[in-house]
Design a protein around this ligand. Structure first.
Ligand code: PXG
Length: 458
């Protein structure tokens, strides 16, 4: 058995990976042709692979390593908690100090009216939990026909059966006969891709009113909730026009439809505020939290539950739902330390006031590039749209190939960017300095040039 990182070489690891490891969202044939890239260590905003190559991580892992890599305080918090109490559950009238303290802290940090927390292990589980709560809530209210949840095409809410149904990813639906009954989708507020000749603010209103149309089509007594990421992440960093969420909020209130803000990516500083809901002034009935809650150092997610729903749930008998790892004490201890770091080091305030605007300004320079149709972003989340014809806003056909070419150039040139369709996405660790932002943008520029060269040759 080859298990020691010291003994294994890249080629041995690749052979073992090829033989035994199934990867998420991966075409195994394509992966195994090339061999997997093995990441062996990280520090700050940089990663190293098993060949000793250094990469700057423009994606904070997978939108999650908000405080950056190598924070010993987080390792020490986990160690201390593991020695003290590595595990206990929260099912049988029991709790642990970290799970209780984190609950208080999350209530303090999140917008008013979200005063209760339910824990899970991942964003998908948290969204599944919300689906369960929403259905139970309307049953308790004596309105059992209110069951349908509306979400958006291109939304991403996870990979379990319910969370993938919430999501609006056609390829995911096609492979699993989804969505399940009771999940329907409306268009996203994707002005660059769908707005045509409209002004962004007019398009924002049009996209929001698709919710009202869908509610009226189904009947308000059928509609339980609407879920949205404040900024859509995996779907291509789609930032709604400012007109969008106020209208969504009005529609949800008017038809008594619960509003769910999926903050899995936006939460814990990504937009330069603690939560994307603050950025867009959303007052949700639920918030989904994961990723940045522990900066990805351990798996943990949380559902913030608004007072109206929490009161009904708490007086509604047993809520028959939960996970072995709900409120895991080690994950909660790491979350507490992670939030302490975010607060005490002023990391989110710096993204808002200094490094966020700097990153966004530097990225806007790329709009002069012949391949770049639009650069958009807020705080430390951004997208670079690669297009065939920037004047006519014309996408490549087939869509998606150029994005993958660019992503490969990025890896080969020491920078991690993610591709959705032909849109390059960035979501760096929130601690990235100006100098490191320069390194990231220069590398991105070089990779765009290499991609343009390949596109011209095709
Ligand atoms: N909601 C949102 C908004 C997410 O971005 C989830 C829920 C699900 O979380 P878990 O922890 O179950 O993965 C996510 C996850 C990508 C990518 O390729 C994005 C996510 C996960 C994996 C890949 O951009 N987001």
């Amino acid at each position: 058995m080859l298990t020691s990182p010291v003994r294994n070489s890249t080629a041995e690891w690749q052979a073992l990976d090829r033989a035994h490891h199934l990867h998420p969202f991966t075409d195994s044939t394509a992966l195994n042709r090339e061999g997997v890239r093995i990441i062996t260590k990280a520090e700050g905003v940089h990663l190293w692979d098993s060949e000793g190559r250094r990469l700057i991580d423009g994606m904070a892992g997978l939108w999650c390593v908000n405080v950056g890599y190598g924070r010993k305080e987080l390792a020490e918090a986990a160690y201390r908690q593991m020695v003290e109490l590595p595990y206990y559950n929260t099912f049988f009238k029991t709790a642990t100090p970290p799970s209780i303290e984190l609950s208080r802290l999350l209530v303090e940090l999140t917008p008013e009216g979200l005063n209760h927390v339910f824990y899970a292990g991942s964003g998908s589980e948290a969204n599944d939990t919300i689906v369960r709560m929403v259905r139970h809530f309307w049953n308790l209210m004596g309105r059992p026909s209110k069951k349908t949840i509306i979400s958006r095409t291109l939304g991403y809410h996870g990979s379990t059966m319910a969370s993938a149904s919430l999501g609006g990813m056609p390829a995911m639906h096609a492979q699993a006969d989804l969505p399940l009954p009771g999940f329907v989708h409306i268009m996203p507020p994707y002005w660059y891709g769908l707005g045509g000749d409209m002004e962004p603010e007019d398009f924002g209103l049009l996209a929001a009113r698709k919710l009202e149309e869908k509610i009226l089509e189904l009947g308000p007594e059928q509609v339980a909730a609407f879920i949205a990421e404040p900024v859509m992440g995996a779907g291509g960093v789609i930032i709604p026009p400012q007109s969008y969420f106020p209208e969504i909020q009005r529609i949800c209130r008017q038809y008594d439809v619960l509003l769910i803000a999926d903050e899995v990516i936006c939460g814990f500083g990504r937009t330069g505020r603690w939560f994307g809901s603050e950025h867009f002034d959303i007052r949700p009935d639920f918030m989904t939290l994961a990723k940045g809650i522990t900066s990805g150092y351990l798996p943990l997610s949380a559902v913030m539950v608004g007072d109206r729903v929490a009161e009904a749930l708490m007086s509604g008998g047993e809520f028959a739902h939960g996970f072995t790892y709900s409120g895991h004490p080690v994950a909660c201890a790491v979350a507490l330390e992670n939030i302490r770091i975010l607060k005490e080091e002023g990391i989110i305030a710096r993204v808002a006031a200094e490094t966020g605007p700097y990153l966004q300004n530097r990225l806007r320079e790329l709009e002069d590039h012949p391949l770049v149709g639009e650069v958009r972003g807020v705080g430390f989340i951004a997208a670079i749209e690669l297009v065939k014809d920037k004047k006519r806003r014309e996408f490549f056909d087939p869509i998606g190939e150029v994005g993958l070419i660019c992503r490969d150039h990025c890896f080969a040139n020491g920078v991690v960017m993610r591709a959705t369709r032909d849109t390059m996405l960035l979501s760096p660790p929130l601690i990235m300095s100006r100098g490191e932002i320069d390194e990231l943008v220069e590398a991105a520029k070089k990779c765009l040039d290499l991609t343009a060269r390949d596109v011209a040759r095709r």
